[in-house]
Design a protein around this ligand. Structure first.
Ligand SMILES: *[C@@H]1O[C@H](CO)[C@@H](O)[C@H](O)[C@H]1NC(C)=O
Ligand SMILES: [Zn+2]
Length: 239
């Protein structure tokens, strides 16, 4: 899953206005930020497969150190620890957002999510392999619902998140079956394929994540400046 992680991150952010926006928005992508680095370092094994679709075009052969169930829990505790200084609620939101990443990946991944590193047991309902382009559309529908709900919840506090919503729409179209850079990266040859795959995953989450967090913070600040709007707890905390 790609854009869906940002969409759920926005939704979680919308229901936790006192928590820094990065806790859930970057938190939702935390496992994949690590995943791209692990892939570049050669800790993960990914294999080009042009029929794997719908936008990844790789088989995720070994991703146990960031996408096994046990490591998802461990890394989510680490992410929560980063926010523990902001209080128990911030840490809890960070944990939920990070672990929700694994739950969102579960239906789409093709049986490549181990129980723990090197375990024989693997999870993943295989929607990517079974539904291909429809899996991409399904993720788009999920994302649209999450962003729409977040939009309404933010709007109740006078915060307009239409800019991050547009970014999500662009991300959805950018990683389509027809426009995904991974299609070309899968054909780049060894070792460029896995190095570019890893860089693509990490940067593909880091750059939009940074932009979306800033857009949400700016939207909160604009809402605070409007006298008629209720004060935003997140923006007040950042002052
Ligand atoms: C490539 O992906 C397809 C679709 O998921 C799968 O059926 C096939 O086994 C994969 N090929 C290899 C070599 O793993
Ligand atoms: Zn993932």
């Amino acid at each position: 899953m790609y854009v869906g992680h940002f969409a759920l991150g926005l939704l979680i952010t919308s229901v936790a206005p006192s928590v820094p926006a990065s806790a859930a928005i970057i938190g939702s992508t935390w496992l994949d930020l690590i995943n791209g680095l692990s892939t570049m370092a050669g800790i993960n094994t990914v294999a080009p497969n042009l029929s794997a679709g719908p936008f990844l075009f790789f088989d995720l052969v070994f991703i146990d150190w960031d996408h096994s169930l046990a490591m998802a829990l461990v890394l989510s505790v680490v992410w929560a620890f980063f926010y523990s200084g902001r209080g128990a609620k911030a840490a809890a939101v960070a944990f939920v957002a990070s672990f929700a990443h694994w739950l969102c990946d579960l239906p789409f991944h093709n049986l490549d999510l181990a129980a723990y590193p090197y375990s024989a047991a693997h999870y993943g309902w295989g929607w990517w392999g079974r539904f291909l382009t429809y899996a991409w559309l399904l993720e788009g529908a999920f994302s649209a619902v999450c962003v729409a709900a977040a939009y309404v919840l933010f709007a109740r506090r006078g915060v307009d998140i239409s800019r991050p919503a547009v970014v999500c729409a662009i991300l959805f179209l950018n990683l389509s079956p027809w426009t995904s850079p991974m299609y070309y990266i899968a054909q780049a040859g060894h070792p460029a394929d896995y190095l570019l795959h890893g860089a693509g995953v990490t940067l593909g989450f880091a750059i939009p994540g940074y932009i979306i967090v800033n857009m949400v913070n700016n939207a909160e600040d604009r809402a605070v400046r409007k006298d008629s709007a209720p004060k935003s707890p997140r923006a007040l905390k950042r002052e």
